[in-house]
Each structure stands twice: as C-alpha cells, then as structure tokens.
Design a protein around this ligand. Structure first.
Ligand code: NAP
Length: 313
C-alpha cells in the first residue's frame, strides 16, 4: 500500500506540488476551499476530498500550502481542522510562508497532539513547483526531517534542515528580503535602460551573464519588458512576507534599511490595487516614481482579483 498524503491548499503552488507527489507514487487526497481545484488533482490521479477531515484521516503525511499565518492556524486548529482529524504519529509539513513565531507556536500545539511538525517554506516560484525543483528550508526535529525525505524529494531539489521549529520560516523571511530587493533593483534598471532607449532585451541578456545575473533576472526580466504581470507570486503575498521580515528584524534589533525601502514600494503597489499582480509588477510603482510608464497594471485582469483582505495581508 502506498503512503497517503492529505494535502490542504491547492493554489498556484499547492496544485503542481500535489501533482508531483502523485507522480512520485503517493496516494494524495487533496482538499481545497474552492472545490474545483481538488477536481483538477483528481483528474491528475489524486483524490478530491470534501473536507479537511476527509483529506487527513489515516494519512501518514499532512501538508498545508495556504497563504498566511491565520490561514494555517485555522486549518490546523479549527473545529474541523487537522488536529481534530489527524492520526497520532502523522507528520505535518507546512509549506506555507508564515511568521516564524507562529510556526513555532503551532508546531508546539501539533506536537502536543501527537503530530510531527516540520515548517518547510519553499522558494522557486510556480515554475519550481511545476518542475519539482523547489528549494525547501526546513525547521523541526532531525529524525522527522529524515523520515520525510521521499516527500521532499518529490517536490524539491535543494532541501536543507536549518534548525528547530520556526527556523525554516526565519530563513524564508531572509529569502523574501533578498528576492524583493532583487526585483526592486531590476525594476529600476529596466526604467533606467528604457530612459536611454537601450535595446533592453539585449541589455538583460548581457547583464545576465555577469555578476548582475540572477534567478530574478532570468525569471522576471522579460516579463517586466513585456509588462506581463499575471501571477506567479502575487504582490499581496510578498507584502505579507515583507511585513514578516521587517517585524522579525525589528524584534531581533537588526536594521534592514534597504529591505524597509523595498517593503514600502511593495506596500504602495498593493495600496494602488495591484496586489493581484505578480511581484514583477513592482515595476509599475518604480515607473511612476520617474513619471514614466502608463500604470499598465490597470489593464491586467489579475489586478481585479485583489481583495481588500489581500491588501491588508
Ligand atoms: P494561492 O494561489 O493564493 O493559493 C492559496 C491556497 O490556499 C488556495 O487554494 C486557497 O483556496 C487556499 N486558502 C486560502 N485561505 C484559506 C483558508 N483560510 N483555509 C483553507 N484554504 C485556504 O497562493 P500560492 O501562491 O499557492 O501561495 C501559497 C503559499 O506559498 C503562501 O504562503 C506563499 O507566500 C507561498 N509561496 C508562494 C510562491 C509563489 O510563487 N506563488 C512561492 C513560494 C512560496 P481558494 O482556492 O479557495 O482560494
């Protein structure tokens, strides 16, 4: 009998990750708040569950991939949540990006209920999720991490345990700081190059071969030139993550001046109603600062997906 995984949250990241677990031979029971996405998993060889309880009962591994700290908390501790339905001894892997202090607290609650918690936020974006090559930074007990190797291998390529519960989220906060800074400077470079009428595609090609090269430039450069901002990684989520890293840095007594500036740019983009765009859409605000561009984002259908709730995330 194959190992069963209960998978909660089949969004941009969760669905392709769940599909890769099916491909790797796991029995994957997926639950999604909006049921249609669970049907997509069923069409790919998984099973669609109608409730969290149905997804997790009897599963050896339970995975969550939802947006924010309150969402993970609700899914874990709610009346019909994971803790109420999971078998003792199951491993709970949270791939969501949430606050490190919340991750630590929820891990303690999960342990108390007999689960083995691992906070395991990921990096690599939607392409990394589809290709099963995510970077995964894991916090939790070493034995639990080792025992989950087959699950991690099915969705990731660089998989590292970085310490006890909550540590994975701390490393992910640093990841989001670096990525946002990269995107901000790439956006400034694009506006700068366009102001000089430089052949921008050629410029990004040569920049990519030197020290300015980066995964951000590879994955986001052309999208910025094309003003193609369908997510990807929604700015509302990066806004959440900049809140996490600025608060955690303040708590630690550490100054992150560049990060704080980028956090303001991300906040401004979200406040303008563009939280539903990919984070490369930060370009829209950088353009406005120089009086260039045409707030192209307003034309993008995904901008309309931004809800007041996301704006506040
Ligand atoms: P997403 O596309 O918005 O998907 C989120 C999923 O969670 C959706 O299926 C949503 O259900 C579900 N959900 C939301 N709130 C819920 C709740 N309270 N209870 C139950 N289910 C809930 O987001 P995503 O891009 O996959 O991101 C998921 C997590 O991964 C976030 O923490 C994000 O920061 C992180 N992350 C994302 C990326 C990326 O490139 N996208 C990369 C690395 C890490 P509905 O379908 O009903 O809305």
């Amino acid at each position: 009998m194959s190992t069963t995984i209960g998978f909660i949250g089949l969004g941009i990241m969760g669905l392709p990750m769940a599909k890769n677990l099916v491909k790797a031979g796991f029995t994957v029971r997926g639950y999604n708040r909006t049921p249609a996405k669970a049907q997509e998993l069923a069409a790919a060889g998984g099973e669609a569950a109608d409730s969290i309880a149905e997804a997790v009962a009897g599963a050896q591994f339970i995975i969550t991939m939802v947006p924010d700290s309150p969402d993970v908390e609700a899914v874990l501790t709610g009346d019909d949540g994971i803790l109420a339905a999971a078998d003792a001894g199951a491993t709970w892997i949270d791939f969501s990006t949430i606050r490190p202090d919340v991750a630590k607290d929820l891990a303690a609650q999960a342990k108390e209920a007999g689960l083995k918690p691992l906070d395991a936020p990921v990096s690599g974006g939607e392409p990394g999720a589809i290709d099963g090559v995510l970077s995964i930074m894991v916090g939790g007990e070493e034995a639990d991490f080792d025992a989950a190797a087959d699950v991690f291998d099915a969705v990731g390529k660089t998989i590292v345990r970085v310490g006890p519960s909550g540590s994975g989220q701390t490393v992910k906060a640093a990841n989001q700081l670096i990525v946002a800074g990269n995107i901000g400077l790439l956006a400034e470079a694009v506006v700068f190059l366009e102001a000089y009428g430089v052949e921008t595609a050629s410029a990004l090609q040569v920049l990519g071969g030197g020290l300015a090269g980066s995964k951000v430039l590879e994955q986001k450069g052309q999208k910025m030139l094309d003003r193609e901002f369908a997510p990807g990684f929604r700015l509302a989520l990066h806004h959440k993550d900049m809140g996490i890293v600025t608060a955690a840095a303040r708590e630690a007594g550490v100054a992150i001046p560049l990060g704080a500036a980028v956090a303001q740019l991300v906040a401004a983009t979200v406040a303008q109603g563009n939280g539903g765009l990919d984070h490369s859409g930060l370009l829209t605000v950088v353009e406005q600062l120089s009086g260039s561009g045409d707030t192209a984002a307003d034309d993008t259908a995904s901008a309309q997906e931004t809800t007041a709730q996301e704006g506040a995330a």
